[in-house]
Ligand binder design. Sequence first.
Ligand code: MTE
Ligand code: MO
Length: 361
Amino acid sequence: MNNTRYSSAGLIIRQREPKNLETPFDRIDSYLTPTALFYIRSHFPRPTLDRASYQLRIDGAVRHPFALNYEQLRNMPSETRVATLECAGNSRVFLVPQVQGAQWELGAAGNAEWTGVPLRALLERAGLADDACEIVLEGADRGAPKEEPRPPNPISYVWSLPRAKAIQPEVLIAYQMNGQDLPLDHGFPVRAIVPGHYGMASVKWLTRIEAVRDPFHGYWQTTDYAYWALTNGKPVRRALGEMKLKSEIARPRIYETLVPNRIYTVSGAAWAGESDVTEIQVSTDGGLAWAEAEFLDPVRRHAWRRWKFDWLTPKEPGQYTLLARAKDASGAFQPYDHDQAYGGYAINHCLSIEVFIEGSG
Ligand code: MTE
Ligand code: MO
């Protein structure tokens, strides 16, 4: 963490090409993550799409397949929603032993306002077949994945949504982020936004929406972004979907040095997939005692809630372990341990932040 490199916008560089840049999470101090600081997660070199020739096809198991150009999409009734995206591999650096993939710390997550056409409206217009079970979203980017095992030939970035999620009103075919046209790296000109699901579902540079009658077994959702689910006692590879309940401490930073006997405001953000974050508790003694934190943002489904906790730092110098845990609407808290069935993904256990109390208060 000492030789961290930053992009000109101030993002942490995990990989230059394809671009994988992380938000410095300690800099989170607004509800909406500024677009320039929003993490970028790309598997392949960025495709170049032109607004003038852009086409979005909607076909497959539909009665009236059709295509839209950029202007036609922008002329449809639109909606604006706030949604948190978290990369399924966020916080991977904290796993022991280390696992393959970008070594994200806390900042492969962000909260933005997205504007676009509900996917549902496009599916209605196309006349979605009653027996269509999934909606396949295809991006224009192609290449050979880095992660092992690799498919033999170049593939595109494709993700399939269960029908039940695809027809929810929050799923957008978006062309704006925080009130501006999508930046190139965030999927210009058009991307999917699937609130409540890990980031891999929000396909960027979207060019095709295909309804299918059989479960889609693409590389990304069977081999890469998948986990072992036990079904009738047997392990089955299943695609990741809903984001797990998670709270992250933005400040203090890992190994930050704090002054004794002083009020320090511990702060962070929390999100809960398809549920709501109802409470945050903070521990400053490694999980023995917990106290309730205060929310800075209201409940808004699919968007994060920032929180803070005023800590009177101890008089005793030494190393202290801070933890935060979120509770969702069902009353469940984040777990203490990573669920190994998820490998290097869906890391939502309580992450500890070690700090040093030093000097005189
Ligand atoms: N869409 C395409 N076409 N190609 C990609 O590599 N990466 C996915 C998703 N959509 C990806 C994609 C992943 S893994 C994440 S976490 C989000 O985009 C990140 O979105 P962002 O780069 O706008 O933050
Ligand atoms: Mo991701």
